[in-house]
Design a protein around this ligand. Structure first.
Ligand SMILES: [Zn+2]
Length: 347
């Protein structure tokens, strides 16, 4: 069968292996036929050899962590032939730490977790893959290819769940949210904000391409300006750029009792001047919460699947700006202007 593989640690080693071995039974009882995988920045970092770890004893790693497939066989009988599923990316560490032991591997404390297509486990960019049945999440069949958006949706579902917990600390109900960055994560975060009935604002540098219209069609307001020129103090912020001036800009801009969730992973080395004392004073005097959020556990994957099921299909479809056949994989992993989400199709 076909598989997209890399040699972790070797730059630009991505290739399509035509005769990759069938998935081994020890990978899990559930056998799935791949429909598509989504491409994201992490894949490009793995291809650039900044990241990535092959399974123990292997040289190559099958990439692809944003999955969509059709069930071929489920020994537990829970899923039936043809059901659309996505595979949960992270698996608990073997120790396990208290969080992994309780199923919250997204909060792993010792870093020994594994991740399909990223860290120590083969990914989903292969014709067939296996996973433990409890690590497969069923999707609404009517989503079709759009189900490939579940992995990034699970990440924002977790961010929103944590925001909800902080919101509960006082009687005040936030009315608006600022989402910074209109990539797939930002737009999906905006979608979930909209589904919560909030007044959603999206800020991004782009002035053309699909992002402004996608934001508008969600019923949200698009801003292409620096954070300090927004003209209002957001109640909630979902930061999805990882760009240092935006990160510190939103901490400064958020209103009293406001909550800032950071989801963007920055590359180091960018220094910007910060009045740390003034920032600290503002955060303390306004009871602000600033927290980081990464990955997702089974609860968030299910919440993500529900959010996608409720979403407008035409709008979701426009998030997928390119569909590339696995045979033309190189095109999928090269960045093109106007890309939001690129998917590699297997069938
Ligand atoms: Zn752990």
């Amino acid at each position: 069968m076909r598989a997209l593989t890399v040699t972790p640690g070797t730059k630009d080693s991505l290739r399509l292996d035509p005769d990759f071995p069938e998935p081994a039974e020890r990978e899990g009882g559930l056998l799935v036929e791949a429909v598509a995988v989504g491409v994201c920045g992490t894949d490009r970092e793995i291809i650039a050899a900044d990241y990535g770890e092959a399974p123990p004893g292997e040289d190559r790693l099958v990439i692809g962590h944003e999955s969509l497939g059709r069930v071929v066989e489920d020994p537990t009988g829970r899923l039936k032939w043809g059901d659309l599923v996505a595979g949960i990316v992270r698996h608990p560490d073997p120790v396990p730490c208290p969080n992994c032991a309780a199923g919250q591997w997204d909060m792993c404390r010792n870093g020994q977790y594994t991740e399909h297509g990223i860290k120590g486990l083969d990914g989903f960019a292969r014709d067939r893959w296996r996973i433990e049945p409890e690590h497969a999440v069923k999707l609404d069949q009517s989503l079709g290819l759009l189900g490939v958006l579940l992995e990034p949706t699970s990440v924002v579902a977790k961010a929103w769940e944590l925001i909800d917990r902080f919101v509960e600390r006082d009687p005040w109900e936030p009315e608006n949210v600022l989402v910074t960055g209109a990539g797939p994560i930002g737009l999906l975060a905006a979608l979930l904000g909209q589904e919560r009935g909030l007044d959603v604002h999206v800020l991004d540098l782009a002035t053309d391409g699909p992002k402004p219209q996608l934001t508008h069609d969600l019923g949200a307001t698009y801003h292409s300006k620096p954070v300090h020129e927004l003209g209002f103090a957001p109640d909630l912020v979902l930061e999805c750029t990882g760009a240092a001036p935006v990160v510190f800009g939103v901490m400064d801009a958020v209103g009293p009792c406001g909550i800032v969730c950071l989801t963007g992973v920055s590359s180091g080395g960018h220094q910007i001047p910060i009045d740390a004392g003034a920032l600290n004073r503002a955060l303390v005097l306004e009871n602000n919460v600033v927290f980081g959020s990464v990955n997702a556990n089974a609860r968030h994957w299910k919440a993500g699947a529900e959010a996608l099921s409720s979403a407008d299909r035409t709008w979701l479809d426009r998030l997928i700006t390119r569909r590339v056949s696995v045979e033309d994989y190189a095109q999928a992993y090269a960045v093109q202007e106007g890309d939001i989400k690129v998917v590699v199709e297997f069938t």
